[in-house]
Design a binder for this molecule. Sequence first.
Ligand code: RUB
Length: 311
Amino acid sequence: MVDQVKRIAQDIRTMKIRGAGKIGRAAATALKIAAKTSKAKTSSEFMKEIDRVALLLIATRPTAVSLPNAVKFVVSKLASMKGADIVTLRKIIVSRADEFIHTSNNAVKVIGEIGARRISNGDVLMTHCNSQCALAVIKTAFRQGKRIKAFVTESRPSRQGFISVRELSKAGVPTTMIVDSAVRYFIRDVNKVVVGADSIAANGAVINKIGTSQIALIAHEARVPFFVAAESYKFHPGTLVGSLVEIEERDPREIVNPKRFPRVKIRNPVFDVTPPEFIDLIITERGIVPPQAAYTLLQAHFEWKPGEELV
Ligand code: RUB
């Protein structure tokens, strides 16, 4: 396995590459590099090598299903290609990786266009963390000439809100940054919330950056519509058969140096689950759906029937 592939895995683990869509595309890129640089002498060696890379990538972060979904998309054709030569196998991985990256980038653009239809002139929007899909909705609406404003939460502990405020203000959107705990204070000034997703479960629950569910609860209380913007590959196939989405818990040092608080436990879960009752709609590249449609969407996307095993 070449260093470049190991580096991409490491960059995902350390969050140098972050955000569900980006890590999916980075994983596809890593598989493409692995296929191109493989020194395997036989097809079975090649397949084993791709398998190792796939497992390494999937193990980097547990919550965003975009990562295993991207990997599966790229490698899935190999299983039926036993007997094919290395040149053919290499071509398949490269073209599937390119297809994933292209489709994924295009989905963000389309989500921006579809989502912007739900944004009105004068809207004040709130977003959390840094989601390319959520920002695509806000930026597209603004580019269409709608006079909108945005509130962005800081998103502790990693402060991805900094990335969002830079991106939105660069695009010209009047942007206000607030600390995460100020959401309820400002919700009265907001009339729509738009966030992204790392995974969407079959029951329509959305897993996204820690704090998302608090914002949804606050929006629900204040009767502010709550939108989720996410590509189809953020729907989690395992949840069709009862798997739970693993919530990543990261190093407490991302919050504070634990040495300053001896004998104190510091916990750092980085995602949470927003129940479907608090979500008004999910904006995908295939159109807008209510969270209750997640099951049907998943079934169609993974061509799955009840009772079947999921591979
Ligand atoms: C990022 C995060 C984003 C989603 C969606 O978390 O929660 O809201 O990944 O992003 P982290 P996108 O910074 O821990 O990866 O729409 O860009 O896929």
